[in-house]
Design a protein around this ligand. Sequence first.
Ligand SMILES: [Ca+2]
Length: 131
Amino acid sequence: MSYANITSTVDLVDCTNVNQVTITVPQAGKVVVYATAYMKVDHTVGQVDGLRMVVDTDPTACTFGPNHWQHDIPSSYPSDTWNRMTPMLFNVFDVNGAGTYTFYLNARMYYGEGAGDQHRSSNMFAVFYPS
Ligand SMILES: [Ca+2]
């Protein structure tokens, strides 16, 4: 098991890598990667804010898919600079053999990106299951 905890204010610009975890495995199998995060979304009435997060092998991937997490703040909601979100997500990856593998937690404001949309902290852990 490998673990990565980070407290770091990171402004979200396009698809932003906010954390990563690296695990060394002895053989082929599966790696299950879990992540939790504390995110801050700055919302202005009249504008939809949408935050998407994924765990992926690519630090530039923010792909919509079965393992992503996302949340919208409707445009009708009143302005608030500190909308707190605490997503939890996971993904399962095949590893083809012994080696060291890195997995990334990425975030993107797909609506309403602006100053004040931020990662504040997160943690990840990776568990290996031999095949
Ligand atoms: Ca925003």
